[in-house]
Ligand binder design. Structure first.
Ligand code: SAH
Ligand code: SF4
Length: 365
């Protein structure tokens, strides 16, 4: 018997084969999937969307991922690092506008001066906001010692995308040296969990060489890892990167958006109480992409708080939107669109992953 959407949505355990089927749905069937995910979200985490103010701290990177615009070997961008004052101003904006959380993201660096600068900033932000502003880090692979130092200095969430869960696909997307290994990425995720962070990971969707089976495996990987948060979005080609050569292998723009929204919807159904981000990459390929993701199950958005004069130099991919928008404009248009999608903004709430709360309680007993 052929599977039907209804049958699969009623199942207690949705396996890899079911996920592949759901990823291939079209028209009314995919609408049914999105509505079901919306119901699951409402019942499990409510209709609140939490803001995480994004601060793109530095575009200096010591890595050379084949897909990324700010990879070390790309000479096009002027390299920058924000001053402490610039970071503090952005953090203050988030705090004063009741965002309750920020994300500090950067190209990967591991020098002593970098790790200490981050530690000092964490302490400063913590002191100035009386610990009320929660801080997420997205600073790549670091040593266990560094993860611990930053945790002790006040960061409690960490985002590190696995990028793709299939190790042989990972090899096609990164230089085959010892600085870019799938194994190290996996170990980093386990160290982050051990340190006590709420751990987030994620993947890119619609990459060259990636199959629907790979995407189904990615979702199973998040579930097996018992992850707390996920940020995933479409891959977007960048002309200064080695992967540009394979752009003819990509699914269409509409296809990548559609796949990304389906990934969000299926993830919400199989991991109902985690935090899922509606990513900027979705909005890049479709002006309504983030709202569609919110409807289909996402509950976190990261408005960009990086000072506007630096944004042209933090282009992980091309055509990034709102590159010139001041934080006020972004915030107001997000408020409007989120309300239009039927949700409200969780101002002043940390919006911690409920999954993490339960996991910690279970680990203790
Ligand atoms: N250097 C850190 C954090 C910054 S990069 C790290 O790599 O973890 C943040 C994310 O941007 C990466 O994890 C990757 O998934 C995403 N990214 C990079 N290039 C991209 C592209 N061309 N299209 C879509 N996402 C991209
Ligand atoms: Fe550097 Fe992250 Fe881009 Fe890789 S994805 S090149 S680590 S900024």
């Amino acid at each position: 018997m052929n599977p039907s959407v209804e049958n699969i949505l009623q199942k207690e355990y949705i396996d890899k084969e079911d996920i592949q089927f759901l990823l291939s749905l079209e028209n009314a069937d995919s609408e049914r999937l999105f509505h079901h995910a919306h119901e699951v979200k409402t019942a499990q985490v409510g209709n609140k969307v939490f803001f995480r103010g994004l601060i793109e701290y530095s575009n200096i990177c010591t890595k050379n991922c084949y897909y990324c615009g700010i990879r070390m070997d790309n000479g096009r961008y002027q390299r920058y690092t924000l001053s402490d004052d610039e970071v503090m101003e952005a953090a203050r904006y988030a705090y004063e506008h009741n965002f309750a959380s920020i994300v500090i993201q950067s190209g990967e660096q591991s020098s002593k001066s970098f790790t200490s600068a981050i530690g000092n900033l964490l302490r400063k932000i913590h002191a100035e906001t009386g610990g009320k502003l929660h801080i997420t880090l997205s600073l790549g692979e670091q040593t266990e010692e560094t993860y611990k130092r930053w945790y002790e200095a006040g960061a409690h969430r960490y985002l590190l995308r696995i990028e793709v869960s299939n190790p042989s696909l990972y090899l096609k997307l990164h230089p085959g040296d010892n600085r870019h290994t799938h194994k190290a990425r996996l170990e980093a995720l386990s160290l982050l969990r051990k340190t006590g962070y709420q751990v987030g990971t994620g993947v890119m969707i619609g990459l060259p060489f990636q199959t629907t089976a790979d995407l189904a495996d990615d979702l199973c990987f998040f579930r097996d890892l018992d992850i707390d948060m996920v940020g995933m979005g479409p891959y977007i080609e960048h002309e200064d990167t080695p992967l540009w050569e394979y752009r003819n292998l990509l699914p269409s723009v509409a296809g990548r958006v559609d796949l990304s929204i389906k990934m969000v919807a299926i993830l919400r159904i199989i991991m109902p109480d985690i935090n899922i981000a509606a990513t900027t990459a979705m909005q890049t390929l479709d002006p309504k992409g983030r709202e569609k993701a919110i409807f289909a199950g996402a509950n976190v958005i990261m408005p960009n708080l990086t000072p506007v004069q630096y944004r042209d130099n933090y282009l992980l991919y091309q055509n990034k939107p709102n590159v010139k928008d001041q934080p006020d404009e972004t915030r107001k248009s997000l408020e409007k669109n989120i309300r239009a999608a039927g949700d409200e903004i969780g101002y002043g709430e940390w919006g911690d992953s409920r999954h993490f709360g339960k996991r910690i309680t279970n680990d203790e007993f």
